[in-house]
Design a protein around this ligand. Structure first.
Ligand SMILES: Cc1ncc(COP(=O)(O)O)c(C=O)c1O
Length: 399
């Protein structure tokens, strides 16, 4: 539960001078999440998913806070180059890129001694990067993305990303990389999205939550073996990648149990958006959100606000809508949801709401909030302590 300083009254008073809409980051709750991540990561190193933060200043704050944070998982080529220019090192681009100009720029940075690793999942990726690396006479660090989805009869439990689905296929890729003068196998990544990114007590999938939990257990048992077998086979062949990356915020409890995993990726846990309320075994504090302004009152219990409709990416469903955070008990309406210009909020609780008052909302995803705002107002103990520009606030927009 939010502490005393994170109530509707406290937020309303502290943010009273700001024009709405605005975004905020509760630094006290961020700190609780940071400590929780460090606790749950146990002995594993932590790579911060920049897509779930999207603020250079917040990334620096987190990275500088503990030696367990060893680097970033970035999400586009341009973003990676930008973050390198902002002083970050050990950047793992979490997704394959193809644009030759961007790969050339990254090869140039690697040549200057910057630690940047590109993602590959196929012979085509390997050949493409190798050709550019050869031209630039650099040894390009690459990481193999091993698919960790599970197929249960006709159900594909996981995501459609990497075509490298077996130990044999990954070993073949690793051997190809090992033979190249211009590539080095820096890491192995397996992202168990069906565990890390899928809630199992989601009111939107109430009927399915029990089944999801069972599928999660079976899938974990399956890919834990695959990951261990791959590393064992590679080691036997004398191939020893620098890191083995796994997981995400929602799988911290299980990814950290795997001996072969050296580091976990964590991003969403820091802001803890609404979708992260729906995990049975793992909880974070609602640190980031935004405020919209009540501008009309069409009936006694309904307060209509200006704007507010920041829906998240992914398959369209109710849980991609933002969630009303404070005052507690306030809700969106089923028919209108969160609108482009108007968002009705139904509230029958003890707070007196007037025109001009704020309603505090949470995005359902973490970093996407920052694409809507130029700043995050850093709140602590009843005051705005500092302001963090978002990527958008720095004039940057990557995806
Ligand atoms: C490759 C990869 N690793 C890790 C993550 C986990 O990120 P987060 O902790 O923000 O959920 C993601 C999220 O989409 C991802 O795509």
């Amino acid at each position: 539960m939010p502490n005393q300083a994170s109530t509707y009254a406290a937020y309303k008073a502290a943010f009273a001078g700001l024009a709405k809409p605005f975004a905020y980051l509760d630094l006290d709750l961020l700190e609780q999440n940071r400590q929780q991540v460090l606790r749950l990561a146990t002995t594993k190193k932590i790579r911060i998913a920049s897509k779930s933060i999207r603020s250079v200043h917040v990334l620096h704050l987190l990275m500088d806070s503990d030696p367990a944070f060893i680097g970033l998982m970035t999400f586009t080529g341009e973003e990676t180059i930008f973050l390198a220019s902002q002083g970050f090192n050990d950047l793992l681009l979490g997704y394959p890129i193809w644009n030759p100009t961007l790969i050339e720029s990254i090869a140039g940075l690697v040549d200057q001694g910057r630690a940047i690793t590109l993602m590959v999942d196929s012979m085509a990726h390997v050949a493409h990067i190798e050709q550019i690396a050869r031209k630039f006479k650099v040894k390009m660090p690459v990481c193999i993305d091993l698919d960790l989805s599970s197929d249960f009869w006709k159900l594909h439990f996981g995501v459609w990303r990497s075509p490298t689905r077996t130990v044999e296929a990954a070993v073949q890729l690793a051997e190809k990389i090992a033979l190249s003068d211009n590539l080095v196998l820096d890491g192995i990544m397996g992202y168990e999205a069906q565990i890390a990114g899928l809630g199992d007590q989601n009111p939107a999938t109430r009927m399915k939550n029990h089944v999801i939990r069972l599928l999660k257990q079976s899938s974990i048992a399956e890919f834990t073996k695959t990951r261990a077998e791959l590393l064992h086979t590679l080691n036997q062949k004398g191939i020893t990648p620098r890191f083995v990356n796994g997981g995400g915020s929602g799988s911290l409890l299980t990814t950290t149990l795997e001996d072969v995993v050296t580091e976990v990726t964590v991003g969403s846990a820091f802001y803890a958006p609404a979708l992260f309320d729906y995990y049975q075994d793992i909880q974070f504090q609602p640190a980031a959100g935004y405020a919209i302004e009540i501008v009309r009152q069409p009936r006694t219990d309904t307060y209509t606000c200006l704007g507010g409709g920041y829906t998240a990416s992914g398959a369209c469903a109710r849980d991609k809508l933002p969630k009303v955070h404070l005052p507690q008990g306030a809700e969106l309406t089923k028919l209108e949801g969160a609108g482009e210009v108007q968002t009705p909020i139904v509230y029958q609780g003890p707070e007196t709401l007037n025109l001009g008052d704020p309603i505090f909302m949470r995005h359902s995803k973490a970093g996407e909030l920052c694409e809507r705002f130029t700043q995050l107002h850093g709140y602590s103990q009843g005051e705005i302590k500092m302001v963090f520009p978002t990527y958008r606030g720095l004039g940057r927009c990557f995806l």
